[in-house]
Design a protein around this ligand. Sequence first.
Ligand code: TYM
Length: 345
Amino acid sequence: MTRVFSGVKPTGHLTLGNYLGAMRQWAAVDQYRADSLFCVVDLHALTVDHDPARVRRLSRQAATLLLAVGLDPELCTVFVQSHVDEHARLSYVLECVATDGEMRRMIQYKEKAARERERGGSVRLSLLTYPVLMAADILAYGADEVPVGDDQAQHVELTRDLAVRFNQRYGHTFVVPRATVPPVAARVMSLQDPGSKMGKSDDAGPGIVYLLDEPEVVRKKVMRAVTDSGREVVYDREERPGLANLLEILAACTGGNPEALSGVYESYGSLKKDTAEAVVELLRPVQERHRALCADPGYVEGVLRDGAERARAMARPTVDAAYRAIGLLPAVSDTDAGVVLNAAR
Ligand code: TYM
């Protein structure tokens, strides 16, 4: 059976971009057709300046939202990254396969590091090594597919490179995964700055629709979206990015096609109105389930406990195999258990 792994980072409140680019696919498709794991990748939230209490709060909220969008713990594994030591264990070994040049070429590193320096702050070393931890997240589970938005494609590409390199040097250990991105809304842009991604950690609040925004707030944000000069409603990502973004959001919400939808509207106003309503309707059931889950925190904790236990059992053999393959001496108790001695060769 196909194995799927993906995750979301608790650096801010989850957005419409997270939902349309990734989470919706996990809930609507992946959990039914594959052996899937979905993770709140909290270690990744420590790569930039952070407030410990906020990360804890956002981690709990992200886990609750994963369930609210429809992930069913009977069908898939939902857990928190830091509850499973194998991620950090494997990350170090993969750092011994990756190069610093490779890390410095990552677009997200370059952008975030530049932003941090502009603010006069320092760049954490973990921001540089972040993609290796992400590779460890994926490779530890032998995932075949990684459903993500477009912005994560480069990181998955790096993961593939590391898996191939490790396998070539030390013997076949890892499955080489591939990214899967949704056909529409793989990169939802900010409503205020259609040249930039709608990102949860960005400061541009009015340009970001959060999954827990009240309907009135959603309407206001969409109605105030920056569009381009011009009057006709046409779908052109290069020349009319603001309009294209709205058409893509509407298409993703309604199961339509942005190009076809552009022919339906005569004014920006009516397009915005329908887009706002479509987003409100899309989020309504998610928000309702979120409210119900918040009333039962014990349930969410139980899901995360069971999820971590399952995830640990899945990751352990692969990470142990990687340790042996790269030349680390097996611990005696593992030897006794006869765990993958073959991999040590
Ligand atoms: P994160 O937390 O930034 O985003 C979670 C998922 O949402 C997608 N996404 C978007 N898709 C479309 N439009 C947008 N505006 C938008 N914003 C976010 C992301 O592509 C992602 O799929 N590094 C990852 C988390 C991670 C991970 C992993 C993912 C850590 N380890 C292993 C997959 C596998 C991240 O920062 O995602």
